[in-house]
Design a protein around this ligand. Structure first.
Ligand SMILES: C[S@@+](CC[C@H](N)C(=O)[O-])C[C@H]1O[C@@H](n2cnc3c(N)ncnc32)[C@H](O)[C@@H]1O
Length: 161
């Protein structure tokens, strides 16, 4: 994956990109990586996208500390996009999914929408419609879309003051 990303993520006049291999549980290492410091301008608002990854951090990994460390490094006006495995609409499937991950040796923790809101968006201004099933976050069209139970994933966007 690392070699693939390095081959594909080349910079161009339209913008610079970089890829680092790091553990989200060590946010300080991410922030201090030379590739990150070279490409990102921390004086300007940025988007931090934690999409489909926070549920791999259990409470013992201190996910709130991880998020605040990353957000503290970003300029006011930055955005956090976060989505998270959610057990509220399909408890049976949710439990089975968590079990399947764990059976494969992958730590995972589902969190409900209240827990996700507190974990990721405390202190941020939530962008409407707030923390909802990802299939309900500003759908592009009125076409049929997956139900919250089919998605089992909530998400939101918050803006740093
Ligand atoms: C469901 S995928 C989402 C990937 C991508 N964000 C997307 O939306 O397509 C979850 C990703 O989180 C990564 N991941 C899991 N635990 C991680 C950790 N502690 N640090 C960094 N990445 C992690 C996995 O390797 C995987 O690539």
């Amino acid at each position: 994956m690392l070699a693939h990303a390095r081959a594909l993520l080349t910079s161009s006049p339209q913008g610079r990109t970089a890829y680092i291999h790091a553990d989200l549980r060590s946010p300080q290492e991410i922030l201090s990586a030379s590739a990150v410091r070279e490409v990102l301008d921390f004086s300007q608002p940025a988007a931090l996208m934690l999409v489909g990854v926070l549920h791999f951090l259990e409470d013992k990994d201190e996910p709130r500390r991880v998020i605040t460390t990353l957000l503290d490094a970003l300029a006011p006006g930055s955005y956090l996009v976060a989505s998270h495995l959610n057990p509220e609409h399909d408890r049976v499937g949710g439990v089975a999914g968590v079990r399947a991950y764990r059976a494969g040796g992958v730590a995972v923790q589902a969190r409900n929408s209240r827990e996700l809101t507190a974990l990721a968006f405390s202190g941020l201004d939530l962008v409407p419609p707030g923390v909802v099933s990802v299939s309900e976050w500003r759908p592009d069209s009125p076409a049929p879309r997956p139900t919250p139970a089919e998605v089992s994933c909530y998400g939101g966007v918050g803006r740093k003051r």
